[in-house]
Write a protein that binds this ligand. Structure first.
Ligand code: BGC
Length: 739
């Protein structure tokens, strides 16, 4: 329908004239764009050119759309193999049937399951993201996959977004650092990353129809940086266009995003693919830079927008052959980059080795955030404990297989109760009580399955109180599960579901030595429990080694070093999108009115006290941070500030601190956030050990996006560098000036 309206512009309405003219414009824009991307490795470009010159139009087009759920056809006579794609960000997904969504029932696809995005981010350790990328690359190669559909780098804008657990943080720098490390490692194993979801897929509600608008400044400062870093620093070979619209246009055919920003500004020469079933047109999508259509439910693959209709569009002159050639070149370039044509493609792959499992354990162990530890109740000294009450559905629930497209068929998954039994069961009496029951059901695209989430089961609470009373210490494993943290539906609220708040309050009355462990991938409200229990650990969805990691943290074998990658509000109403009433939008439109004030940028600027701030997390040891200085006091705009500080582990156990450098610009021509993260480093120290650490910050990174100039602007004047271990705990400040 839409194709026809473009083809007959002069007989129809003025609206169609506009459509036609914009198509002509896009067509012309393409020609100039094609010249831009003609750079690169000449030898490879020549090979690409030679291959394309051998292809018929149907052969070319066969490379531009799926031929099954996760494959793209090759061209046998030219030696181009079929392409194999796979989800997902924290484990290689089990094999799905070629033509439907059922699992194929293979026996060799049990994968290593890592803790998902927010957990990885809570480690604040890009080296772990790098290690995860290596493992995923090896496992993807073992499964003969060419592209892994991750990482998910959308900003956590609201505590309610169902996919927050897969994403990384509310802060663009933290997302960028983790994503770049992950992508570089993954691609070093000859597997292409697919950075998703481009762009503004910050909610699941109406994700396939919502139209997102935001200021250019919010786009540049908050929502683009992680994609930019993924492409420009990480060198991501593919990008996945989101389902939603951005400023009125579908992301899969958005000229501004796809040609102006991704191709021209970022210099992206890889493949822009759709999310599964996110294409809407043939001609417009083709002209605006989409390369690959994936995942529609149309049974006949030839009917897809980028199949027969694309051939027809070329034959009718609506899409120039050069546009098709450019897409094919992008596909071939990714194939060359991932060494698909090499006899000895470097990485043959490995699956679920002890080293892979160790990497999953390390990530889970470093992710745990100690939120509260009154009276140093933690670590628990199991040698002095006779009995322990273990309470909560999450003590026994496995989570790797949930969340939809990111679900992983883990080789095994250790639950907290299993780990406790295995590590201490012989010496300590473990009294388990369920405490609360999972009453929700997952319903795709509809979160009403969560509506039973507040029912209190008094029988289970009574049982829990009884075991709490007869035990020395209590561990409650609560939080969420993937009925809440999931693709395709947002949470309805930030509550701890199934009456857990009441459970925790009652149990704590019965036994004040109660430790709460929150297993969740997105913020939940803790206001009802923080004053009732002495100790709270946030241990995320922890992947296949979840139980081992959290128990090692509770027992002190591991000293917690995780920090919150998002602000934990006291209540939902505090957080920006909700305070302003623009989540999830109305009439299928959402305007990001909070603008650049996302996450701690909002809380700190508006002086709102959250429950726990961004970057926050305690340790079993103490650190002293001092001698914060810079190499100079005045800098030019192209210089780098060499900041430096000394850190000492003043406690008695080994541990790690994440030192965070925030910058404020107190006098600026536009509103700036109270502070913004500009650098961070995780530093590991033995007891008594001291290190002097350098933390460079480019003056250019102090800039804001100046809408009046349509450019980044580092205004001359004073800036305050603030060194701390959360956005609300600042130890030292240094003033510098920019000339
Ligand atoms: C998700 C993507 C995923 C794709 C393939 C889509 O529904 O949004 O993140 O990679 O499915 O499973």
């Amino acid at each position: 329908m839409k194709i026809r309206s473009l083809a007959a512009p002069f007989r129809s309405s003025s609206r169609n004239n506009v459509l036609f003219l914009s198509t002509v414009f896009l067509f012309m824009a393409y020609a100039t764009d094609a010249q831009h991307s003609a750079k690169g490795d000449m030898a490879t470009e020549q090979k690409i050119h030679a291959l394309i010159s051998e292809m018929t139009l149907p052969e070319k087009v066969s490379l531009l759309h799926g031929n099954s759920k996760f494959n793209v056809s090759g061209i046998k006579r030219l030696g181009i193999p079929e392409w194999a794609l796979s989800d997902g960000p924290h484990g290689v997904r089990a094999e799905v049937n070629r033509h439907d969504w059922a699992y194929a029932g293979w026996t060799n696809d049990f994968a290593t399951c890592f803790p998902p995005g927010t957990a990885l981010a809570a480690t604040w350790n890009p080296a772990l993201a790098y290690k995860q990328g290596l493992v995923l690359g090896e496992e993807a190669r073992f499964r003969k996959k060419d592209i892994l559909l991750g990482p998910g780098v959308n900003i956590i804008r609201s505590p309610l977004c169902g996919r927050n657990f897969e994403y990384i943080s509310e802060d663009p720098l933290l997302v960028s650092k983790m994503a770049v490390a992950y992508i570089k490692a993954l691609q070093s194993k000859d597997v292409a990353a697919s950075v998703k979801h481009w762009l503004a897929n910050n909610q699941e509600e109406h994700r396939d129809s919502i139209d997102v608008t935001m200021s250019e400044r919010a786009l540049r400062e908050i929502y683009l940086p992680a994609f930019k870093a993924s492409v420009m620093e990480g060198g991501a070979y593919t990008v996945m266009a989101a389902y939603n619209r951005f400023r009125g246009e579908w992301c899969s055919e958005n000229n501004y995003l796809n040609r102006e920003i991704l191709r021209k500004e970022f210099g992206f020469k890889g493949v822009l693919m759709t999310d599964w079933s996110a294409a809407h047109t043939t001609v417009k999508a083709a002209l605006t830079g989409l390369d690959l259509e994936m995942g529609t439910d149309k049974k006949d693959y030839n009917e897809w927008y980028f199949a027969d209709p694309l051939i027809k569009a070329v034959e009718e002159g609506k899409v120039p052959m050069s546009v098709v050639d450019e897409k094919v070149a992008n596909v071939l370039r990714v194939m060359f980059n991932t060494k698909i044509f090499d006899e000895k493609r470097r990485e043959q792959g490995r699956m679920n080795t002890p080293e892979h499992q160790q990497a999953a354990y390390n990530a889970a162990a470093e992710a745990a955030v100690l939120l509260q530890n009154n009276g140093n109740l933690l670590p628990l000294h199991f040698d002095k404990i006779q009995s322990i009450a273990v309470i909560g559905d999450n003590a026994t629930r496995k989570h790797c297989s949930g969340g939809l497209s990111s679900e992983v068929k883990a080789l095994y998954e250790i639950t907290p109760l299993q780990a406790l039994q295995q590590k201490f069961g012989a010496r300590v009496k473990i009294n388990y009580a369920r405490g609360y029951e999972k009453q929700s059901t997952f319903r795709e695209g509809n979160n009403s399955g969560q509506s039973g989430s507040l029912n209190v089961n008094w029988k289970l609470i009574d049982e829990a109180v009884a075991v709490a009373r007869e035990s020395d210490v209590v561990l409650i494993f609560g939080g969420l599960n993937h009925d809440f943290d999931t693709e395709s539906a947002d949470k309805q609220n930030m509550d701890l579901p199934y009456g857990q708040e009441i459970l925790i309050q009652e149990v704590a009355k019965a036994n004040p030595k109660t430790v709460v462990v929150i297993i969740a991938g997105s913020p939940v409200q803790l206001a009802g429990i923080v004053h009732r229990v002495p100790a709270i650990v946030w241990s995320w969805f922890g992947g296949m080694e979840a139980g081992n990691a959290v128990v090692d943290v509770l027992s002190g074998k591991i000293n917690p070093s995780g920090k919150l990658p998002f602000t934990l509000p006291v209540s939902l109403a505090q957080s920006p999108a909700h305070a302003l009433g623009n989540f999830p939008g109305s009439d299928l439109k959402v305007n990001y009115e909070e603008d650049i004030l996302v996450g701690y940028r909002w809380f700190d600027t508006k002086k709102i006290q959250p429950q726990f701030p961004f970057g926050y997390g305690l340790s079993y040891t103490n650190f002293s941070i001092s001698q914060f200085s810079t190499d100079k006091t005045g800098y030019g705009k192209n210089e780098t500030i060499q900041a430096k500080f000394t850190i000492r582990n003043t406690g008695s156990v080994y541990g790690a601190e994440v030192v965070q450098l925030y910058v404020s610009d107190p006098l600026c021509s536009v509103l700036r956030p109270e502070k913004e993260l500009k650098a961070f480093q995780k530093i590991f120290l033995k007891p008594g050990e001291t290190k002097t650490v350098e933390m460079p910050v480019k003056v250019a990174d102090l800039a804001f996006y100046d809408e009046s100039k349509k450019a980044w602007n580092t205004e001359a004047g004073d800036y305050i560098l603030q060194l701390g271990n959360s956005s609300r705990t600042i130890f030292q400040k240094v003033k510098i000036s920019v000339k």
